[in-house]
Design a protein around this ligand. Structure first.
Ligand code: RI2
Length: 305
């Protein structure tokens, strides 16, 4: 949908939508915040509610797995009677996302021991906010970041960790279980794209293997996620689609002719392998997902495409 799918929309909006689709803009929180910003921008150009709702549908289709984007669009559009109200809802969402990340950092930093060593996967701004808050609290510790094939978001993570002055280590994904034993890992901190009503966590591919290895080693696994990553739709049985991205992210085209290449970019981690979910509403067990969804999303009064 490069460009042509956004005909009739201003360039600023199309650039954000296309940036999310191509992962130039990535991370479940950032794609949510940028979607809200895109709707606010559009509302400021004189777009009417019909055009804003069409914009919401276009944004919905950029990244199918992360509920954060859908919740952001719904938060902007539900109950809005004018474009100005959409813009105000967008500001409210963006402000709560910024505050939420700080609270997750504060609560999660309590689980960081001075002198400890931890593993993180992919590049989660929520998980990184925990490490940043622990540094600000004067704690010194090491973090092992996985490469996170195929997109290699771990390269972003190690740069951010090193900039915080944290003892930073880079490992390939398959080294995780070995490192847990060799380096006396005290905990695993990961983000989330979607959290289901039964406590299952959808996150970057490889998270479930990492959590399984940690479970075997009796190492706690913490999921760091804002409440807008919880999925009300899963309460009504909806399954979370696992995004498959181009195989060119995995292998050079034609490198293995006559071979089927797969590139699922998320997986599902069972609640049994998760010690706690660290949210801005507090630290909850995965089984608490149902209560959080009921308490903060309530009934079905949400904008849907
Ligand atoms: P924050 C990312 O997806 C990763 O799966 C990460 O764990 C999750 O979003 C949450 O990221 P992608 O955008 O919201 O790399 O914590 O596909 O930044």
């Amino acid at each position: 949908m490069s460009g042509s799918g956004y005909d009739g929309f201003p360039h600023e909006f199309s650039a954000i939508a296309e940036g999310i689709r191509t992962m130039e803009i990535r991370g479940a929180a950032l794609i949510a915040v940028e979607s809200a910003r895109a709707l606010k921008l559009l509302a400021g150009t004189g777009a009417d509610l019909d055009m804003l709702e069409e914009a919401g549908r276009l944004l919905f289709n950029t990244r199918p797995t992360a509920i954060s984007l859908e919740n952001a669009v719904s938060s902007c559009l539900t109950g809005a009677g004018t474009p100005q109200e959409v813009a105000e809802n967008a500001d409210r969402f963006i402000g709560s996302a910024i505050e939420g990340k700080h609270l997750i950092g504060r609560y999660g930093a309590e689980r960081i021991e001075d002198g400890g060593a931890y593993i993180t996967h992919c590049n989660s701004s929520a998980a990184l906010s925990v490490f940043k808050a622990a540094v600000d609290a004067g704690k010194r510790f090491d973090v092992f970041a996985t490469e996170t094939r195929p997109w290699r978001q771990g390269l972003i993570t190690v740069r951010e960790l090193a900039e915080m002055g944290i003892g930073t280590h880079f490992i390939v994904d398959s080294a995780s279980r070995h490192i847990m034993g060799e380096m006396n890992i005290k905990g695993v901190f990961v983000g989330a794209d979607t959290i289901c009503s039964n406590g299952v966590v959808i996150n970057k591919i490889g998270t479930s293997m990492l959590a399984l290895a940690a479970h075997e080693a009796r190492i706690p696994v913490y999921v760091c996620a804002e409440s807008f990553k919880f999925s009300p739709e899963t309460l009504h049985g909806k399954l979370v689609p696992i995004e498959e991205r181009p195989i060119s992210e995995v292998i050079e085209p034609g490198e293995v002719p006559d071979v089927t290449v797969h590139n699922p970019v998320f997986d599902a981690t069972p609640s049994d392998y998760i010690s706690a979910i660290i949210t801005e509403k507090g630290v909850i067990p995965p089984e608490g997902a149902y209560d959080l969804i009921m308490r903060f999303f309530g009934g079905d009064e949400r904008w849907t495409p």
